[in-house]
Design a protein around this ligand. Sequence first.
Ligand SMILES: CC(C)(COP(=O)(O)OP(=O)(O)OC[C@H]1O[C@@H](n2cnc3c(N)ncnc32)[C@H](O)[C@@H]1OP(=O)(O)O)[C@@H](O)C(=O)NCCC(=O)NCCS
Length: 144
Amino acid sequence: MDVSVDVRVASNDDLHLLSERLKTNIPNPEEGQVLVAVVGGQPVGTVTVSWAAADEPEVRDLFPGVPIMYRLRVDEPYRNVGIGTRLIRMAEHLLRQHGHKQVLIGADRDNVLARKLYLSLGYRAELTDLDGDNGLYDILVADI
Ligand SMILES: CC(C)(COP(=O)(O)OP(=O)(O)OC[C@H]1O[C@@H](n2cnc3c(N)ncnc32)[C@H](O)[C@@H]1OP(=O)(O)O)[C@@H](O)C(=O)NCCC(=O)NCCS
């Protein structure tokens, strides 16, 4: 696909356009940031990074203070051209600028495609078989 994709920290306008898919989960700016991939003025992908304490006690115990990425999504027609990778790399870059050395991401056990992508980008499963709303999931970590 030969389109120009802008990957950036979401502006207020971007957040407005994303509000339906993010619902109430936009983090307070002191606790996280939303990134967006934009094509022709329209968001086609997003990821949220949070450095607030993780919900799961086992994650907080094993990775105190380590930020987490969640709600990574690229719209179907735009998949497999590198946008997900760019969102992840941009999130890592931002976190490095904030002094972080690691980042976490949660992956549902049955999400084979996402898991394959994370492993290929250097993420490794460190906490496995956590019980989530959608079944079992793992927490993957990367050094950034
Ligand atoms: C998971 C998801 C975000 C990936 O987004 P994406 O934009 O397709 O990701 P990328 O294009 O960067 O990478 C996907 C694959 O395409 C490959 N790819 C990237 N650019 C490519 C190109 N120009 N040509 C061919 N292949 C390419 C990547 O190498 C990767 O392959 P791999 O997994 O075998 O390493 C997307 O599939 C999605 O939104 N899924 C539904 C929501 C979801 O599951 N989110 C994750 C929750 S944990």
